[in-house]
Design a protein around this ligand. Structure first.
Ligand code: ADP
Ligand code: MG
Length: 270
């Protein structure tokens, strides 16, 4: 990747909006995975999260934000509005990324610290270990890839490495037998099916620089290459070094603001 680019809230807002669009276009595939390896609600859970994340982004004050602000807004949406197991876990991941970035710009070392803390938080809550066929099997390799990123590397290149590592982790889940979550009740029925939550984590990292239109890049490719082609990415969501990505709003991505994810009610007066 070339050119100079500020890794501030414009980049992270664009990342979250691309993740939302990715989930919207792959929701049916995600649902089918969870029908095969769970109870079928993962696509809807993730879609609810990104819709509410978009609504939260749209409520942010205009102007440039610190990189952590859009990440924190998306985290709050997942933590507050989404059911299922995945909603709170994705919320934790985004929350830890935001916390590690703090008031500064997005950097490779901050992403490495955030992904490591995210992995610890997810494991503290869900008690899954690598190999249990959960989203940990994508988050763990992603965190390792980010930790392997040199301090002077561009954060978007670090995120691309994380996406590739997460996608490789997803593909390894096919052969695993689930020991956590609903899939663990299905025994052999879920064998051969990649873990849906792990796929979601791979999509999160892949969306840092593109909008994957299908799950092929995660399930077959390296989670990066097929998404980088300009003709697979809608021009209205492609970040460039000159165009602001915060112009893609709930309205363009989802056909209108979501009434389910409105602003917090104003506190009652005295
Ligand atoms: P539910 O299982 O409650 O229907 P979702 O369908 O929203 O939840 O999410 C399913 C995903 O959640 C799984 O594919 C898996 O990646 C993840 N998951 C389930 N249990 C755990 C756990 N204990 N630790 C980490 N991830 C988990
Ligand atoms: Mg489910």
């Amino acid at each position: 990747m070339t050119g100079t680019k500020a890794f501030d809230g414009v980049f992270t807002a664009g990342w979250m909006r691309r993740f939302a669009e990715t989930v919207a276009v792959t929701e049916e595939e995600l649902t089918r995975l969870d029908q095969a390896a769970g109870d079928g609600d993962f696509g809807v859970n993730l879609l609810t999260g990104v819709r509410c994340a978009l609504a939260a982004l749209d409520r942010l004050p205009p102007g440039r934000q610190a990189a952590a602000v859009p990440l924190g807004a998306a985290a709050g949406a997942f933590l507050d509005e989404v059911g299922g197991t995945s909603g709170p876990l994705f919320g934790l991941v985004l929350q830890e990324l935001a916390a590690a970035v703090g008031a500064g710009p997005l950097t490779g070392p901050a992403l490495a610290r955030g992904a490591t803390a995210a992995l610890e938080a997810v494991q503290r809550v869900g008690e899954a270990r690598p190999g249990d066929k959960t989203l940990v099997d994508a988050l763990h390799p992603a965190a390792l890839a980010l930790r392997g990123c040199t301090p002077d590397a561009r954060p978007d290149d670090c995120l691309a490495a994380a996406a590739a590592a997460a996608a490789a982790g997803v593909r390894r889940t096919r052969a695993l037998r689930a020991r956590r979550g609903r899939a663990s009740y299905l025994g052999e029925r879920a064998s051969g099916v990649p873990d849906p939550g792990a796929v979601g984590i791979a999509l999160l990292f892949a969306s840092a620089h593109a909008v994957p239109r299908t799950l092929d890049g995660v399930l077959v490719g390296d989670g990066v290459a097929d998404t980088a082609s300009a003709d697979t990415v809608p021009t209205d969501t492609v970040p460039t070094d000159t165009a602001s990505t915060d112009t893609v709003s709930t309205d363009t991505a989802f056909g209108g603001p979501d009434p389910l994810c409105g602003p917090e009610p104003a506190p009652a007066g005295p």
